[in-house]
Design a protein around this ligand. Structure first.
Ligand SMILES: Nc1nc2c(ncn2[C@@H]2O[C@H](COP(=O)(O)OP(=O)(O)OP(=O)(O)O)[C@@H](O)[C@H]2O)c(=O)[nH]1
Ligand SMILES: [Zn+2]
Length: 349
């Protein structure tokens, strides 16, 4: 068995380069590399050249959910009667969120974020923007998938609204019209990892089952937390016959903006760019003279709703950070951020 086998599981050169010379020379290394498929309190399930295995996670990597997630690549070692985690390879990216005030990793090494939304009353531009912001934040390519077009009479209208938020990859389809699914094959090269997000009922599972002719196994593991409250965890990574890894977890469903500043800037790049032309570096775009944003809204160059959405997301992100970092840190962070923009303005004029 060799490293080429691992490519089916998403292995690539970026990981190979992280191995030391000794590790590369050792015969046992390839058998000790594995990709995490499920995360538990003290151990992870992972798949490697020898199939599925359980790997015990020692103290330095506890709590597990803050250090690694499904999709991570790990190097294990032999311990008396089991495998033990030795190190986590630096991932291409990580999807994170705040859970009960603590950072939590939801998935790692994800190539595409399939943002699934249906062409009906569920469709919500703000939710879409939030997901796009997340994808940009985590350096994952977003793919917007508009489902249930067989039930929709005004598809062009929905498509126009999707394109208006600046999404590059947009596909409209219906599981009842098989020809519409073909375009998604472009994302299914062997070794690709895909995560799906979207509201309940938009058709994520139906789509996955139709694409891969598989039935998602039951993923619910019912447990009780410290207070006896019922909680459901089912963090999983599935591999299709074609070597595509699919992440579809409750954590993905509960994603919130986390450290989202950069993502917001990308999603709203035109607004961020315009703000640099405001007369004052710390312009609040309320009533200062020389505000480029209010001018652009007045001219019809940007929609008031688009700007309102930007502000809403920016505010949510700030309060999220306040909760996670503490008020003082946010103040410092905000100060530094405005300083950065201000010095940029100074350079410009
Ligand atoms: N007409 C039509 N119905 C669809 C389509 N895709 C999914 N559905 C239906 O929509 C309903 C919800 O689909 P699911 O796949 O369960 O939705 P989901 O996003 O996985 O929902 P959660 O598992 O709750 O997150 C099911 O009754 C599907 O049959 C489609 O393209 N057209
Ligand atoms: Zn302004």
């Amino acid at each position: 068995m060799s490293y080429s086998f691992l490519q089916r599981l998403g292995w690539c050169n970026a990981f190979l380069q992280q191995l030391s010379f000794d590790e590369l020379c050792s015969d046992s290394t390839v058998g000790h590399l594995a990709r995490v498929t499920a995360v538990h309190r003290n151990r992870v399930e992972a798949i490697g050249v020898e199939g599925e295995r359980s790997i015990v996670v020692p103290a330095p990597f506890q709590p597990v959910s803050q250090h690694l997630a499904v999709g991570d690549w790990v190097l294990a070692e032999d311990a008396s009667e089991h495998y033990r985690l030795r190190r986590i390879l630096e991932p291409k990216n990580r999807i994170r969120r705040i859970n009960h005030g603590l950072p939590q990793v939801i998935a790692a090494n994800v190539d595409y974020l399939w943002i699934v939304t249906s062409a009906n009353e569920e469709f919500n531009v703000k939710r879409l923007q939030r997901y796009l912001a997340l994808a940009h934040e985590f350096a994952i390519v977003p793919v917007v998938i508009l489902t249930k077009i067989d039930l929709c009479a005004d598809l062009d209208d929905y498509l126009a609204r999707v394109h208006a938020v600046g999404a590059d990859h947009v596909h409209a389809l219906s599981v009842h019209v098989p020809a519409t699914l073909g375009v998604l094959q472009n994302y299914l090269a062997e070794g690709t990892t895909i995560a799906l997000v979207g509201s309940s009922g938009v058709g994520k599972s139906t789509l996955v089952n139709a694409m891969f002719a598989m039935t998602l196994p039951t993923r619910e593991i019912r447990t009780h937390d410290a207070r006896g409250k019922h909680t459901t965890t089912h963090r999983e990574l599935f591999f299709t016959d074609g070597g595509v890894a699919i992440v579809d977890t409750p954590g993905m469903r509960e994603l919130q903006l986390y450290d989202g500043e950069q993502g917001i800037e990308r999603t709203f790049s035109s607004i961020v760019e315009l703000a640099r032309s405001c007369r004052y570096g710390d312009c609040s775009h309320e009533n200062e003279p020389g505000c480029a944003i209010r001018q652009a809204i007045a001219d019809g160059a940007i929609a008031q709703a688009h700007f309102d959405n930007y502000r809403k997301l920016a505010r949510e992100e700030a309060s999220q950070q306040r909760r996670s970092l503490g008020a003082h840190a946010v103040k410092e962070h905000t100060r530094a951020y405005f300083k950065k923009i201000h010095s940029h303005n100074k350079l410009k004029y």
